[in-house]
Design a protein around this ligand. Structure first.
Ligand code: ADP
Length: 610
């Protein structure tokens, strides 16, 4: 967060259903000029690299005696050699320029891709994050995109150069002697079938290797995450996990060996084929020279061209395999870019007035994705501006879901939720986020300083404001005890704050954010009494003047609430004030006996905070 710049608008991804290949090519559409330069440079450098073949032809003819037994002069020989050297240098320089253009285009495409991908993922609703494996998401944005980069900057560029070089070489062969050239082309074509076969099995191995790698990553991520590692440890399942790991590890070992050996066979086949092809040219060409039909230089030049054709030919077959495999890669990336954004900004947004905000649920029904049963059913209530509503009810009744809906993590299946009369779906997500603050029990800390973690509530808050917020949240004494105060790095790999301390960070963030609507999630478990009182006091200070919804577990809270909503199975079954509901003798009265009354012994109640 310390590195956070000015907030930027999230990049929008154009959704266009097209084939993967066309979309991949489409990535280049904004780089037409560079592409033209790339093509030109490729053709030039390929052509240049082949011209010395003619010089070689001349050199051979200069140094072999003609019919009269005369040979050419040494001067000509040197000139020819010097020309060849010059051409090779020029071709090399062109290649360097080509590499620059390739990198420039490739890297900027990859930059955009990464940017769009991450932006699009940030735009995803909570639903996405609940249903996807973090490891897979990380792999997509990092590894997959890096692979894409390789394909664009190395594979595609090489592929194109190889095709151009081969094309020119074959054309030159035909110019030298069409019969020998035709013979060579036939030999090349015959070679395509076996390479294609081996290529297919290589693709399959590659796919399996990637699948195993994915499984292994997920496994590592699960067992190495803090909560996963703790479960492994507490059940003593290290040997079990090690065995599970060995299985993918072993599979990877075998696939890797098969892959490498397959590749080796290809190399061996290609090399052997190359020797045979050149020998063929020499045999057929040699016979022609002996019968006086062809000059020796021509045969040597043809042999060199044949060799020059084989290298790109081998490359084309190999790269072709990679390209086909990479289509799956591009498809995976595109699939992420195509993810539907189910909770999005409206086209024409209505602003939410930020003062005296009333919250209203109007016949809200909601079922979590892929579930049959509704988590909320026909829920209607209104919390007038500045009032406090307490949500109570047994676990699983839908209280947390109400707080999610109010933050527009999800949209209702039916009904509407409004802030000051503005439907959440008609406001921008940013506006909703600015209007509703939340202090949850377990708030996430980023691996950064405590100061920056608090500043997450308002990015432009000054150091003084951060400090004030920390004090209001009751973090003052905590900060004094931390090794580096506010500058102590906290979060998963930093200084580990306790649950109560984390909650106070959440309060401090909410203080800075200063949203007119506040969601509080009271701790279920009893914290140590002094801490609990401090937190209650801090939240009470925070709640003053705000429209507040509390998921309540404390008697003091429900007693202080302007309105208590009793939830059961996703419905509001009772509503009213504490005394009224007690008198009703229903679910609330039961809950009061079982849950809140036990809290009556808690000193938190004695403090009467709320
Ligand atoms: P409470 O906060 O009152 O304990 P919740 O709002 O967490 O209850 O849960 C209400 C219902 O929704 C429960 O039946 C729960 O199983 C279900 N639920 C909660 N979160 C999800 C989710 N992400 N996916 C599917 N069902 C969920």
């Amino acid at each position: 967060m310390a590195t956070m710049n000015q907030p930027v608008a999230l990049p929008r991804v154009p959704t266009e259903p097209r084939s993967t290949l066309r979309r991949t090519l489409g990535l280049f559409s904004t780089h037409k000029l560079e592409l033209a330069a790339f093509f030109m440079l490729t053709v030039l450098s390929a052509a240049l690299s082949l011209i010395p073949v003619f010089l070689i032809e001349r050199i051979v003819n200069v140094i072999t005696p003609d019919e009269t037994g005369n040979v050419g002069d040494t001067g000509t020989l040197f000139v020819l050699v010097a020309a060849a050297v010059g051409i090779y240098v020029a071709s090399g320089l062109l290649d360097v320029a080509r590499a620059y253009v390739t990198q420039a285009v490739g890297q900027s495409i990859v930059f955009d891709l990464r940017r769009h991908l991450y932006g699009h993922l940030l735009r995803q609703s909570v639903r996405f994050h609940m249903s996807s494996a973090t490891g897979a998401v990380i792999a997509r944005v990092t590894e997959d995109v890096n692979q894409v980069e390789l394909v664009l900057t190395a594979t595609l560029a090489e592929f194109f150069k190889a095709i151009v070089t081969m094309g020119i070489a074959i054309a030159l062969m035909f110019m030298l002697d069409w019969r020998l050239a035709l013979l060579s082309v036939i030999v090349l074509v015959l070679w395509i079938y076996p390479t294609e076969r081996v290529g297919r099995s290589q693709r399959e191995l590659r796919r399996r290797f990637q699948a195993e790698t994915g499984d292994m990553s997920t496994h590592i991520e699960e067992t190495m995450s803090v909560s996963g590692a703790i479960v492994v440890r507490s059940f003593g399942r290290q040997p079990y996990e090690a065995a599970r790991f060995d299985r993918s590890n072993e599979a990877m070992r075998q696939i890797a060996i098969s892959r490498a050996m397959g590749a080796r066979w290809i190399v061996m086949g290609t090399e052997l084929f190359g020797y045979l092809a050149v020998l063929l040219v020499f045999t057929a060409g040699g016979a022609a020279v002996l019968s006086g039909n062809v000059e020796l230089g021509t045969v040597v030049a043809l042999a060199v061209l044949m060799q020059k054709t084989l290298t790109p030919f081998g490359l084309i077959t190999r790269v072709n395999t990679q390209l086909v495999a990479s289509m799956a890669l591009f498809e995976r990336v595109f699939n992420y870019l195509d993810l539907h954004v189910d909770v999005d900004d409206p086209v024409h947004a209505r602003p939410i007035a930020k003062r005296e905000v009333a919250v209203r649920f109007d016949r809200v029904t909601f079922a979590y994705p892929d579930t049959d049963e509704a988590a909320l059913e026909d829920v209607s209530f209104e919390v007038p501006a500045g009032k406090m509503a307490a949500l109570v009810g047994p676990s699983g009744a839908g209280k947390t879901t109400v707080t999610y809906m109010l933050q527009r993590f999800y949209d209702p299946t039916a009904g509407s939720i409004t802030l000051n009369g503005v439907d959440l779906r008609d406001a921008t997500l940013e506006d909703v986020a600015d209007s509703v603050g939340a202090v949850l029990q377990d708030s996430f800390l980023f691996l950064d300083t405590l100061a920056e973690n608090i500043r997450y509530g308002r990015l432009d808050a000054t150091d003084e404001e951060v400090m004030d917020a920390a004090r209001i949240a009751g973090l003052g004494s905590v900060i004094d005890e931390l090794p580096e105060g506010l500058q102590t790095v906290v979060g998963a790999r930093g200084y580990r704050l306790s649950g109560g301390q984390k909650q106070r960070v959440a309060i401090a963030r909410a203080v800075l954010k200063n949203a007119p609507v506040l969601i509080l999630d009271e701790a279920t478990a009893s914290l140590d009494s002094r801490l609990e009182r401090e937190i209650q006091e801090a939240t009470a200070r925070l709640a003053v003047g705000r429209t507040t919804l509390v998921v309540a577990h404390r008697l003091s809270t429900v007693q202080a609430a302007d309105l208590i909503l009793v939830f059961e199975h996703g419905r509001i079954v009772e509503r009213g004030r504490h005394e009224e509901l007690l008198a009703l003798g229903g679910l609330y009265a039961t809950l009061h006996r079982e849950q809140f009354a036990s809290g009556a012994q808690s000193p938190a109640l004695a403090s009467g905070g709320g």
